[in-house]
Design a binder for this molecule. Sequence first.
Ligand code: ADP
Ligand code: MG
Length: 231
Amino acid sequence: MSENAISAQGVGRVYASDSGAVQALRDVSFELRRGQFVALRGRSGSGKTTLLNCLGGLDSPTSGQIKIHGKDISTLDEAARTQWRRQRIGFVFQQMGLLPSFSAYENLDVMARLGGLPRRERRQSIHECLELVGLLDYHDHRPYEMSGGQQQRIAIARALVTAPDLILADEPSSELDSETTHEIMGVLKTFVRERGVSILLSSHDPIVSEYVDRTLTLRDGQLMGAGEAPA
Ligand code: ADP
Ligand code: MG
């Protein structure tokens, strides 16, 4: 079995737009080993979101190949890919997308149901994930009854609830103060160490560098090479 959580080979993504084609990614190749915590850096517009969306099957590259745990997801049809994504990938977005009229518990439960977890496992996993982000006491709070940092922790707990092997996080700390960012990064690092998940997290926050094993940097859709100093 492949030791790589992610293997990207010559990945390109061209967007067609009114003003012509936009090459958002060009010839992106890298590997992310299982259990690695990797930061994806780069200015706004460098292609971070496009890459994360392609890796998680929310978007498709126009060239190249992506394998996640050895599987080429472009071979799956739409329905199979959606199901695969819900079970195997945890997404954390900048806009957290919590359901406002649902409690923290219910927000996690929605994701657990979509991921196909049976009832008893759902309850146990929700409990564990809320505990992991330190918000078990907030299980019946709605998003507006929590701080921004607490909401982002709920969004992380939600991404973990199906016990995914790979977590893709798109600027999860951009709305947070530095203290809360440390808190969030600590939670993610614990998850990597204790459960062996792999994380690719985009950010331009220097704090992130203190927590990750390695950094990838995108510039105008091209990878600058592993472990390079941030742009
Ligand atoms: P980042 O997340 O690093 O800010 P993006 O992946 O969002 O970068 O964008 C990379 C490039 O692709 C930018 O030039 C952006 O304008 C362009 N782009 C992103 N999404 C679209 C889209 N849906 N249609 C056309 N161009 C897009
Ligand atoms: Mg982005």
